[in-house]
Design a protein around this ligand. Structure first.
Ligand SMILES: *Cc1c(COP(=O)(O)O)cnc(C)c1O
Length: 369
């Protein structure tokens, strides 16, 4: 992933600096409103990252020690870590082979009476089945937090991923489609949730520092609960506002590059590229291919690609295989292990050319026979 940053972002950041307002202020507010509108949510609360956004989401929902939260192991480790930040226990669920996402069935098979929430991830931009999971979570009486870190520009059931979510968390790290350097957002429809999230990200204050400074009268703030400093800066938001305008073009370009990959890879045995699920469209943030009966092992493929000047990456990680989670005995996670061990992520970025794609596929073709 190469971030798409231009002169416009540089100018916007410089304008924020010259304005003298660099901490959370008017640009953050505008970014929140425009981003929320883009993903079909009523409110956006900007944060310092998606990791802190996920933490706030679980605090908001009152998840606490003794509670279990079902998460995919097949995700960036921050998804599981957020559960531990509130002292709760992550319970790993397996994923669907085609989408890399947890499903009603995989969640149901690890659910217990202590399950209070599920964090479902739109992995690599591939939407999970929002309709099915939201309905199942309602039926079970558990909260559904949507980790939409990778999902800006993805759709499910004809709407942007995030539309209709009770709580969704987003990332603006440079590895995602939209970037503010570091940054995140929680989107919600409930106004009370939004108010509490604003307070939680800013030391528990009943009035934001920006509103206090803007007031002509002295405002005496109160600190209503022990909270955090998870604010975004106005410099970041200024960059984000420019990035929002790039999103449709970025997604369209990635989808056409992905289509070209599908055409080029079609006749190669033992190689299964990620695709849109029946109910939605991925933004192809990660274009992964699963080796399934391929002639060469994944690590040999990665090594050969590197030798030939192609920087592919290993597939998405599995948290339960990392030392940080060695103390957990997970249920069997055969699909997760198969995906993480046998998949790789091919280069897909706005500078990738047709020649690059042909070169990459020719290396893979050579390894397939
Ligand atoms: C990148 C990512 C995160 C963490 O995002 P940050 O903004 O870097 O904290 C969380 N979950 C998933 C699925 C991610 O891909």
């Amino acid at each position: 992933m190469i971030p798409h940053l231009g002169e416009e972002e540089a100018q916007a950041a410089a304008d924020a600096v010259r304005s003298g307002w660099v901490a959370q202020g008017p640009r953050v507010k505008q970014f929140e409103q425009e981003f929320a509108a883009l993903v079909g949510a009523s409110h956006g609360v900007a944060t310092s990252s998606c990791t802190t956004a996920l933490h706030l989401a679980l605090v908001l929902l009152g998840i606490k020690p003794g509670d279990e939260v079902v998460v995919p192991s097949f995700s960036f480790i921050a998804t599981a870590n957020a559960v531990r930040y509130v002292g709760a226990t992550p319970v790993f669920a397996d994923v669907d082979l085609a989408t890399g996402n947890i499903t009603v069935e995989t969640i149901d098979s690890v659910r217990t009476p202590r399950t209070r929430a599920v964090i479902a991830v739109h992995q690599g931009g591939v939407p999970f089945d929002t309709a099915a999971l939201r309905k199942a979570a309602d039926g079970w009486g558990v909260h559904l937090v949507e980790d939409a870190a990778c999902a800006a520009g993805s759709t499910a059931y004809g709407q942007p991923a995030g539309t209709g979510a009770a709580v969704a968390a987003w990332s603006f790290h440079p590895r995602k489609l939209l970037t503010t350097g570091e940054g995140g957002m929680v989107t919600v429809d409930d106004a009370l949730f939004a108010g509490r999230l604003r307070r939680l990200r800013e030391h528990g204050m009943n009035v934001s520092a920006a509103d206090r400074h803007a007031s002509s009268q002295p405002v005496l703030e109160a600190y209503l609960e022990t909270a955090f400093n998870y604010r975004m800066t106005d410099i970041q938001a200024a960059i984000g506002l420019v990035q929002l305008g790039r999103l449709p073009g970025l997604v369209a370009q990635r989808r056409s590059l992905a289509t070209r990959y599908h055409e080029l890879l079609a006749d190669i045995e033992g190689l299964v590229p990620v695709r849109d699920p029946a109910y939605g469209q991925t933004n192809y943030q990660s274009f992964w291919v699963l080796l399934d009966g391929f002639k060469t092992t994944r690590d040999e493929v990665l090594a050969e690609l590197a030798t030939r000047g192609v920087s592919a990456r290993r597939g998405i990680m599995a948290a339960h295989l990392e030392p940080a989670y060695a103390d957990i005995t997970p249920p069997p996670l055969p699909v997760t292990e198969r995906l993480t061990r046998n998949s790789l992520i091919l280069p897909l970025h706005h500078k990738l050319t047709a020649d690059d794609q042909e070169h990459i596929v020719s290396v893979l073709r050579g390894l397939s026979r």
